[in-house]
Design a protein around this ligand. Structure first.
Ligand code: ADP
Ligand code: MG
Length: 348
């Protein structure tokens, strides 16, 4: 994503750097990322003094300053460490408020495979990411503490887009689903399972099921690397009943998207199928980039900018949530290691 979009309200962009992984620790990897306030500074490993600064709405340091407990839980030990709660509070929490007000929201995790997208969106080993935290907050601010006269209905859906094909992650049938256009509702996925959920634990169960079903293919980058976009949607319906017995309804969608790895095909041991897959992924990511850049320009007052929604399945599907009064958050996950310098540079 181009940097400098950070200023507008409609689109916020954040960067998060993960710790070294086991392989990087073993090979005594060099860290080429520094952060200072909102800036992320990348050091070219070839030219030791070449520093490239990038400014975002947030730069999150998750490289060090924490301890891993025996049960896998990560505990912050230094003030500079950005934990899951901090990232959620800055970037996720507002989406709950927006949804209650009747606005759509979308949060994306972008970056190379293994950079920390799924950790940030879903989380591992009890280190809950944005999806579970947001679901918990959504229920605590609606069904668990209802406003007088308001009825709430929440549904949860989870799908993946793999090579421009849509697959439901809540039903194991594996049938390809079609994107349709409704004159009022806009784009929707025909036949997608939209599970009624009444509590956080309902969401948790569905989410775990969906994660297990997600298409994965091994690459040299990361054994369980996901080559698909995953879209989780929490849909909130609020029915307001007044004393006269009339009712009005508000709908809102919160889309939480764990994007496919952004690495170029040649960075992984790509052969024919993998190459084709890589090309389709990169194309879909650049379409999303174009849409978000156009939205940021519009947010900055350029009203004549056309937003090219129609160019990919992902942007068509998210059309409603990206346009209008909705808010978009992009989180770029990066590796700290010198070996990933080129990919990190391209992500930033
Ligand atoms: P991606 O989804 O981008 O392919 P993952 O989220 O699976 O990458 O992250 C790769 C590895 O790095 C995982 O083992 C994950 O636990 C770890 N990791 C990623 N981000 C963080 C973080 N902020 N703090 C601690 N570990 C992290
Ligand atoms: Mg992942």
């Amino acid at each position: 994503m181009s940097h400098g979009v950070g200023g507008s309200d409609a689109v916020r962009v954040a960067v998060r750097v993960r710790p070294f992984n086991g392989r990087e620790l073993q090979s005594a990897a060099q860290c080429v990322v520094e952060m200072k306030d909102r800036q992320t500074i990348l050091k070219d490993p070839a030219g030791a003094r070449k520093l490239r600064p990038f400014t975002f709405d947030h730069s999150y340091w998750s490289f060090d300053g924490f301890e891993v407990q025996p049960n896998g839980a990560i505990v912050k030990t230094a003030p500079e460490y950005a934990d899951q709660e901090t990232v959620y509070r800055d970037l996720g929490q507002d989406a709950v408020q927006d949804a209650i007000q009747g606005y759509h929201a979308a949060i994306f995790a972008y970056g190379q495979t293994g950079a920390g997208k799924s950790f940030t969106m879903i989380g591992y080993n009890g280190n809950d990411g944005i999806v579970p935290r947001l679901a918990r907050d959504l229920f605590s601010q609606t069904t668990e503490n209802p406003q007088a006269g308001v009825e709430y209905q929440v549904t949860f859906s989870m799908l993946e887009i793999y090579n421009e094909r849509i697959k439901d992650l809540l039903s194991s049938g594996g049938m390809e689903l079609r994107l349709r256009q409704h004159p009022k509702r806009g784009f929707y996925v025909q036949g997608l399972h939209e599970a009624a959920v009444n509590s956080y634990s309902d969401v948790r169960k569905r989410m775990n099921l969906g994660v297990r079903l997600r298409t994965t293919a091994a690459t040299t980058m990361n054994e369980t690397s996901s080559r698909s976009h995953m879209v989780v949607t929490l849909h909130l319906k609020q029915i307001f009943n007044n004393a006269a017995g009339e009712s009005t309804t508000k709908y809102s969608d919160v889309h939480l998207v764990d994007l496919a790895g952004s690495e170029r095909a040649e960075a992984s041991a790509a052969v024919s199928d993998r190459l084709k897959e890589g090309a389709s992924i990169n194309q879909s990511l650049s379409m999303l980039g174009n849409v978000i850049s156009a939205l940021a320009e519009r947010g900055a007052g350029k009203t004549d900018v056309v937003v090219p929604y129609r160019n990919s399945v992902l942007t068509r599907l998210l059309h409603n949530a990206l346009g209008g009064n909705s808010k978009t958050v992009m989180i770029a996950a990066i590796s700290p290691a010198a070996i990933n310098y080129e990919e990190t540079l391209s992500t930033l």
